[in-house]
Design a protein around this ligand. Structure first.
Ligand code: ATP
Ligand code: MG
Length: 583
């Protein structure tokens, strides 16, 4: 029952537990669940949990339920339910008919609560929230018993039924489990299991004015659904004794095993719904699916393929110890996937005009360009070439250093898929000093980029035909936060926001075939990076592109080295330079 043949998937301690339980016959199948609370959009941390839960179920022929943990009506909305379902599906997973809502079990939870009362294991408490907190004690001091703890079963039942019937105001009474106020585990000190909230619920409407607490609802939901392995994050480790207590006391038909793992933390990223909500509500981003957001919908809009996110989640593994993963690893997985799958195109983001003086005025040649060097099945396409082209402004230097292998006066450079040209001159705006035009001559013998005499031309640059290219908007994203650990040391995470995380380039010039690129489609712009057609701002024949991720830039490395050699080798300095370069 262990690994499938040839499966190179790295194991982890949870997978090992599952394998052991199947081998020992404790279970004959594996049933997991992904239990989001519909109070926000899913983020990359949830993706880790999704990949783990759905992945285990798929690997061992079991199933994974999608269960909305909708026990708190004040923060939950249908919009979130819909978005979560879309995101899980997009990630490539299918819960089949196993879509559940904790709110579907409200009647059963209520019956279980009455059962606890009848067993003398739960009581109605009239202390205020504040008093309950004070009575609970601390890690070093035991708690104090509530004066209402020894109410009779009859009185408790009567009060609980009246709580349900709506006789009391919010906060006036709660139902608590009667466990142990001296327990070393604070969660076991008579935890609240029901509270009064006169708030309608997005699914049950006005039917209930008492709602169960997470610790009570979650274990029971797992048991009702016959979950075998209830996988959650480490902060629930101290809740496990309570999870087990409810299921043991109530003798539920099955007793799932709760297993905790370390949540995902990422550098330069915040992954708490509370913080993400603030970014959205205070308008720092353009909604939950802003391409800079670490949400699944944001990453989708940004152009991250689901396969790359799954790959990332597999690579980071599953551990018991908290750690922070470098966001560069996620970007690496995205590049890896897109390198294999994204067709190549040429696009010039900051155009500089080049006139090829010895090229005939009216001639247009169709150059053969390879669509994906990683996969010949992508074929080739024709790219029009003529006397005037545009190149990237950063691909020309008036007075270049030695290792600059691009266009510069007197130097030869290869135009991708076209000819080798030699720069013969340039014009400058006398006032601003900006280069306005570059002149070249081409060598007609070098079509396709080869030199008949075998001379070596090191640099190859991309270009678009001035007559055929079309103008488009390209949105370049940088990290949303400037610091690797936003909000560290008690600072407000908002203070680390990067004010330059979005740069909109209006006058980009793109190869004509991109005009018909479908919203959501992903491309490599040669030498620049991966780009995806934005699903919100694009119009027919007027695509807007989002930069998904940059390609690695060897020039940036050389530049960094140079800067260091020149004594300016401060850390971070090179990063600034790199950012400027694209402009
Ligand atoms: P947040 O901290 O963002 O508010 P949450 O835990 O409140 O997250 P839920 O909707 O309750 O969000 O989470 C659903 C599932 O996803 C839970 O099992 C939770 O443990 C898991 N999960 C949430 N955040 C992460 C994370 N960063 N890494 C791994 N799993 C996570
Ligand atoms: Mg939660």
């Amino acid at each position: 029952m262990a690994d499938k043949d040839g499966d190179k998937r790295p194991s982890n301690f949870i997978r090992n537990i599952v394998i052991r339980d199947l081998e020992s016959g404790k279970h004959d199948t594996v049933i997991t669940r992904f239990p989001p609370e519909p109070n926000g959009f899913l983020h990359i941390g949830h993706a880790k949990s999704i990949v783990l839960n759905f992945g285990l179920a798929a690997e061992f022929g079991g199933r994974c339920h999608l269960r909305f943990d909708d026990t708190n009506p004040t923060k939950e909305e249908q919009e979130y339910v819909d978005a979560i379902m879309e995101d899980v599906r997009w990630m490539g997973y299918d819960w089949g008919e196993h879509l559940y809502y904790a709110s579907d079990y409200f009647d059963q939870f209520y019956d279980y609560a009455e059962q606890l009362i009848k067993m003398g294991k739960a009581f109605v408490c009239d202390l205020s929230q504040e008093e309950i907190r004070r009575y609970r004690g601390t890690l070093t001091e035991p708690g104090k018993e509530s004066p209402y703890r020894n109410r009779s079963i009859e009185e408790n039942l009567d009060l609980f039924r009246r709580m349900r019937a709506g006789e009391f105001k919010d906060g006036e009474r709660v139902l608590r489990a009667k466990i142990d106020m001296a327990s070393g585990n604070l969660n076991m000190r008579d935890p609240v299991i029901y509270r009064i909230m006169h708030v309608p619920h997005h699914r049950t409407g006005d039917k209930w004015c008492i709602y169960p607490m997470y610790d009570f609802a979650h274990c029971l939901s797992d048991a009702i659904e016959g979950i075998t392995h209830s996988i959650c994050t480490l902060e629930f480790e101290d809740h496990r004794p309570l999870y087990d207590w409810f299921l043991d006391e109530l003798k539920t038909p099955c007793h799932p095993q709760q297993i905790e793992f370390a949540r995902l933390n990422l550098t330069y990223t915040v992954l708490s719904k509370r913080k993400l909500i603030r970014l959205v509500e205070e308008g720092h981003v353009d909604g939950w699916d802003d391409p800079r957001m670490p949400t699944i919908s944001g990453m989708r809009r940004r152009g991250y393929p689901p396969a790359a996110i799954r790959d990332f989640c597999e690579r980071i593994g599953v551990a018991k110890k908290e750690s922070v993963v470098d966001v560069a690893l996620l970007e690496h997985c995205v590049r890896d996937e897109l390198n294999r799958t994204a067709p190549r195109r040429m696009a010039v983001l900051n155009p500089l005009k080049v006139v090829i003086e010895n090229y005939p005025e009216d001639l247009v040649e169709e150059m053969d360009a390879v669509n994906n060097p990683e996969d010949p099945s992508y074929g080739t396409r024709k790219v029009p070439f003529c006397r005037e082209i545009f190149i990237e402004r950063t691909d020309f230097m008036e007075d270049p250093p030695k290792k600059f292998y691009r266009m510069a006066p007197g130097r030869e450079v290869r135009l991708r898929y076209a000819y080798i040209v030699t720069c013969t001159g340039f014009s400058k705006d006398p006032e601003t000093g900006e280069i306005t035009e570059v002149r070249c001559k081409y060598d007609p013998e070098t079509r396709g980029g080869n030199t008949p005499d075998g001379r070596r031309v090191r640099g190859t640059i991309h270009w678009v035909s001035a007559r055929h290219a079309f103008k488009a908007e390209v949105r370049q994203y940088d990290r949303l936060f400037r610091e690797p650990y936003p909000g560290m040391g008690g600072a407000d995470f908002m203070e680390s926001l990067n004010p330059d995380s979005l740069e909109i380039l209006e006058g980009c010039l793109l190869e004509p075939s991109l005009k018909y690129a479908e919203p959501g489609s992903m491309w490599q712009f040669e030498r620049l990076g991966y780009f995806c057609v934005d699903t919100r701002y694009s119009k027919p024949q007027a695509p807007v592109f989002n930069r998904t991720v940059q390609l690695r830039d060897t020039w940036a490395k050389i530049e960094k080295k140079l800067a260091q050699q020149q004594g300016g080798g401060k850390k971070g300095g090179s990063k600034k330079n790199k950012k400027k370069k694209g402009r």
